[in-house]
Design a protein around this ligand. Structure first.
Ligand code: FPP
Length: 250
């Protein structure tokens, strides 16, 4: 089904600016079919294409995908190699589409830890899409929320030690300015597939006020239609940011 067909009653003004997704369940998807885990990741890469397309069609500003965590380095070398290969294949195949569709690639995490050929294709696609001002496809690669916070603290502490920053000047905005996401709005909606009720070291600071949605669907089965249904649910929620609901004037 074309995702456009089912998004008719989504209010464009009430869409999240930034959607973040923990794409979980590739391994279980493969296991259920007695397939190698890598097949699950391959199907997962196909699901990514559909969700990127839907975000572009809906004019969502930022889509952050948790594609590889700092903890994922502890997986078997063969799985890491396959994931890196998939990432390279995805970026190589999608460069033209991203460029043509005004999508800008960004990366958060520690891309310097990735294999050289993956770093090279990231540089290539980031360069090719740098001037695009439509959807930002933000890939979290070798990303860990705690590592991000440690790096932020180190940078701020170094500035304080050098005397270029007064401790009193440290506030929420300054902290946010020293995170990987400094150029992006905080996520409004965080979706996790495969039913796990955890945030797994993902965007620890940035998710402070995000609406959370956990679906039992395994990532390779996550469709644009389900994504749109979640966006409809999001539009029904009242975001209060810790305040009381708006009262009519008496
Ligand atoms: C979690 O499933 C998923 C990952 C660690 C990798 C996500 C990667 C992709 C979706 C494909 C490549 C990415 C892009 C952006 C093209 P899991 O392996 O932990 O599943 P399990 O919990 O069922 O074992």
């Amino acid at each position: 089904m074309n995702s456009k067909a089912s998004n008719a009653d989504l209010a464009p003004e009430g869409l999240p600016r930034h959607v973040a997704i923990i794409m979980d369940g590739n391994g279980r998807w493969a296991k259920k079919r007695l397939l190698n885990r890598v097949r699950g990741h391959e199907k997962g890469a196909d699901a990514v294409r559909g969700i990127v397309r839907t975000c572009r069609e809906l004019k969502i500003q930022v889509l952050t995908l948790y594609a590889f965590s700092t903890e994922n380095w502890q997986r078997p070398a063969s799985e890491i190699k396959a994931l890196m290969g998939l990432l390279k294949k995805f970026l190589t195949e999608e460069e033209q589409q991203l460029t043509k569709n005004n999508i800008r690639l960004e990366v958060i995490g520690q891309p310097q830890r990735l294999p050289d050929d993956v770093q090279a294709i990231i540089r290539q696609v980031r360069g090719a899409t740098a001037a695009n001002d439509g959807l930002v496809l933000n890939l979290a690669l070798s990303y860990g929320g705690r590592t991000e916070i440690v790096e932020m603290v180190r940078t701020i502490a170094a500035k304080a030690a050098a005397g270029t920053l007064q401790p009193e000047a440290i506030d929420e905005a300054l902290v946010a300015d020293h995170l990987y996401t400094r150029h992006l709005p905080d996520p409004d909606l965080m979706i996790r597939t495969s039913g796990e009720m955890r945030i797994s070291n993902f965007l620890l600071w940035q998710l402070a006020y995000a609406e959370l949605f956990v679906t039992p669907t395994l990532w390779p089965d996550f469709s644009p239609e389900e994504f749109i249904a979640i966006l409809k649910d999001y539009q029904q929620r009242e975001r209060r940011f810790g305040k009381v609901p708006a009262q009519p004037e008496s």
